[in-house]
Design a protein around this ligand. Structure first.
Ligand SMILES: [Zn+2]
Length: 83
């Protein structure tokens, strides 16, 4: 990683200005019973053009979490007692 300077600003992928900052944000994915909230997602936010994006590595990690969340957490299925 070579794109750090003393102000910790990153080169923006969208506008190429060195005005982007890494922020940790809470993001939600899906809706209803498939809703998954992930805290402290590293998001790069550019103060120049307003773009916010995640690295491919971060998106891969999120896709992985969504996939395994769907396996690990049982769906909320209505169950009725027969007797
Ligand atoms: Zn930008």
């Amino acid at each position: 990683m070579s794109n750090h300077n003393k102000n910790n600003l990153l080169i923006c992928d969208a506008c190429a200005a060195q005005t982007a900052q890494l922020k940790f944000m809470t993001r939600s994915y899906g809706r209803g019973i498939d809703l998954l909230i992930i805290e402290d997602v590293p998001v790069i936010v550019c103060q120049h053009c307003g773009e916010s994006y995640m690295t491919a590595e971060t998106m891969h990690e999120i896709a992985y979490k969504i996939h395994y969340k769907s396996l690990a957490i049982p769906k909320l299925v209505a169950v009725a007692a027969f007797a």
